[in-house]
Design a protein. Structure first.
Length: 135
């Protein structure tokens, strides 16, 4: 599997988790407006939208560069999904980014720090409804 394919697989996986509340994800114009207003989820969604076109040869001129700019900006704003992709790209070399293990480590830390804590929700649900044997 090529690094591009590996990265895109990760992007597609994480793309299923994107929440662009209040943004019509089927309309790129709305995503651009939200991204330009500083919405890191919209920035990441734009990266996905462009990335889903496939190989670099399938992009219009400058689209791959635009996708990378949105990805980097989302990562700078501590978007954990973008940080996941950036960590992989800086570690393996993809999307034209150079190998840089320090940046990879930084974005791995960002991803861990800003990832939603799903165990918190599970713990709260378990406390709200005790096990049947505890009643």
């Amino acid at each position: 599997m090529t690094y591009f394919a590996l990265t895109f697989s990760l992007v597609v996986f994480l793309g299923g988790c994107v929440n662009t509340e209040g943004t019509d994800t089927h309309e790129p114009t709305n995503l651009v407006k939200a991204a330009e207003a500083g919405d890191s989820e919209a920035m990441y969604s734009l990266f996905l939208h462009i990335g889903q076109k496939g190989t670099k040869e399938g992009y219009k001129p400058d689209e791959a560069d635009q996708a990378l700019r949105w990805l980097l900006k989302a990562g700078e704003l501590n978007n954990w999904r973008a940080a996941e992709v950036l960590a992989l790209c800086y570690e393996k070399g993809c999307w034209g980014l150079p190998l840089d293990l320090e940046k990879s480590k930084h974005f791995k830390e960002v991803s861990v720090k800003y990832r939603p804590n799903t165990s918190f929700n599970r713990d709260a649900q378990q406390q709200a409804s005790p096990a049947a044997g505890a009643r």
